[in-house]
Design a protein around this ligand. Structure first.
Ligand code: FAD
Length: 507
């Protein structure tokens, strides 16, 4: 057992998309800062950020119905949809900057254009979708969205879903070509490769066991080398806890008051995956439906074209479920060990309030493959069990805290928790997730480096041209950003057409 001490400017815990993004931004802003990364797995992007563990949707509210809420007066509130879309534009701009400045190579290895669609059935939901379409299509961020309730048109857009469908009630869909499928796993690995070639010390199979405050205000990390079984100590002036589901335990270990009273509720995920070329070729879109009554928002069913290692496949799901683990490769004791005196009453209140949800999630875990195929048949009426495999996805740990809505409230968003002096920050929660990594990590930078932010502003604007501007007030800027990022990321061709067109179905 060794007790070696190292000192760096920055320590990033976890090698997922969040640490990859923060590390990449800091490298651009202050190239001479030293950065060390500790990751318990053998490589980068093996937990939620891995391409097989998430749905790869570039969330920009083009298809997710839960981002637009219908009010009691029937009006549609699009404020959340606008926010998520603007956040995604930050990601696209930063990725374009990385491609244009040759920090990362071929963008097609991590992002492709795939139309985003919403699909509903029944009079009420069709009326909702039409109103949603009318509210969004007036907005420059959602330009190019189409609506149809004509089965012939739908047959052209989604032949796999329309073939063999018995149309006994109204159906409708919206479609927009500027949607994306993102391989967040590949992007994470590309970003860490670039960081490693730029003097970043990345240590895989190293698990952070403890975080304590040193007398000089810096942080001391106790780290276990999982291969050798040795323990070492490392200190840094700034620590980012990017442990995904593992972040809550680490935040609790840091002992910062801002982390007290917060709990976590793990939700597991499962996809059905089809890799049969003849079936895959009949569908080219990400099609989001409506969540079943009682289901949490993260289990909205969708049928997605995915492009992983240049190969197309179809993902259906995710089926949410309950598991006490906080990470896919975590421990069955994660939930119980996250209950501390500081969050005990919050957790008890949440437990009492969410009995129905827990029951629903346990019920989902128990579903047989045939029952899951039945759910899939809502989307693909002639789906056959032998064409689809079950794949275990990542874990999502939702935040539980006391809010104005009451004690032990379950939150479905993400939240940056940082110490008052900005020397440590953690990211909790899981949605909208990886798509908004750039905007969330920018929030970490703004919160934790207030003294430097003025000096960094011009570099931030070079990386993210819309930084500081509200896109909605500036339709010309939206247009310029779409044109610039879509071209840089290879989503459009020279004529400005989305590259999805080659897949468009015509019969
Ligand atoms: C089923 C599912 C579907 C999703 N779909 C989408 C989607 O379509 N679009 C989207 O944008 N987002 C989606 N998400 C969310 C997205 O995947 C996550 O928000 C994102 O990957 C989180 O990145 P991260 O870096 O915070 O965490 P992770 O990728 O989980 O990385 C955290 C890393 O920290 C490491 N770690 C943990 N504890 C320690 C420790 N003590 N010491 C060292 N290392 C540690 C872990 O091993 C892991 O590698 C989905 C998630 C799930 C589960």
């Amino acid at each position: 057992m060794s007790n070696q001490q190292t000192k760096t400017d920055v320590i990033l815990i976890g090698a997922g998309i969040m640490s990859a993004t923060l590390g990449s931004m800091l490298k651009e802003l202050v190239p001479d800062w030293t950065i060390t990364v500790f990751e318990r797995r053998a490589g980068a992007g093996e937990e939620s950020s891995n391409e097989w563990n998430n749905a790869g949707t570039g969330h920009s509210s083009l298809c997710e119905l839960n981002y637009t809420v219908e009010g009691p007066d029937g009006s549609i509130d699009i404020s959340k949809a606008v926010k998520v879309n603007e956040e995604y534009q930050f990601s696209k701009q930063f990725w374009s900057y990385l491609v244009n400045s040759k920090r990362i190579q071929n963008p097609r290895d991590f992002i492709v254009a795939v139309p985003h669609m919403s699909f509903v059935q029944g009079e009420t939901d069709v009326a909702f979708l039409k109103k949603r379409y009318e509210a969004l299509s007036e907005n420059p961020l959602f330009q190019g969205m189409e609506f149809s309730d004509d089965p012939e048109q739908l047959m052209k857009w989604i032949p796999l879903m329309m073939k063999e469908r018995r149309i006994e009630q109204p159906i409708a869909a919206t479609r927009i070509e500027s949607g994306t499928d993102v391989n967040f796993g590949a992007l994470t690995r590309m970003l860490f490769d670039h960081l490693e070639s730029n003097q970043t010390d990345i240590r895989f199979k190293h698990q952070v066991e403890d975080i304590t405050r040193a007398r000089d205000g810096s942080w001391d990390l106790k780290v276990q080398n999982l291969d050798k079984g040795t323990t070492s100590h490392h200190s840094a002036k700034f620590v980012f806890i990017g442990g995904g589901g593992g972040s809550l335990h680490l935040l609790q270990k840091s002992g910062i008051p801002e982390g007290k009273g917060i709990g976590g509720f793990p939700v597991s995920g499962l996809f059905m995956v089809c890799q049969k070329p003849d079936i895959v070729a009949k569908h080219h879109a990400k099609v989001y439906g409506k969540a079943a009554v009682g289901a949490p928002p993260m289990s909205v069913p969708h049928l997605d074209t995915r492009v992983i290692d240049q190969k197309e496949s179809l993902f259906f799901g995710p089926f949410a479920g309950f598991s006490p683990k906080f990470l896919k490769f975590g421990s069955m004791f994660d939930l119980i060990t996250s209950v501390k005196p500081g969050n005990l009453t919050t957790m008890l209140a949440a437990g009492a309030k969410n009995l129905q949800l827990t029951k629903y999630l346990i019920g989902q875990v128990m579903l047989s493959k045939e029952q899951r195929i039945e759910a899939l048949r809502e989307f693909v009426p002639d789906a056959k069990s032998e064409d689809w495999d079950l794949v275990v996805a990542g874990q999502r740990v939702q935040i539980i805290k006391d809010t104005a809505a009451g004690k032990g409230t379950l939150q479905f968003g993400t939240e940056v928790i940082s110490s008052a002096d900005g020397s440590i920050a953690a990211l909790l929660g899981a949605s909208p997730g990886a798509s908004t990594a750039v905007s969330v990590m920018l929030e970490v930078i703004i919160k934790c480096f207030p003294q430097q932010i003025k000096a960094w502003e011009s570099k931030i604007k070079e990386m993210i041209p819309s930084y500081g501007a509200t896109l909605l007030d500036n339709p010309k800027l939206i247009q310029d950003i779409h044109t610039l990022t879509d071209r840089s990321l290879g989503l459009t061709n020279e004529a400005g057409e989305y590259e999805t067109q080659k897949h468009a179905f015509t019969s």
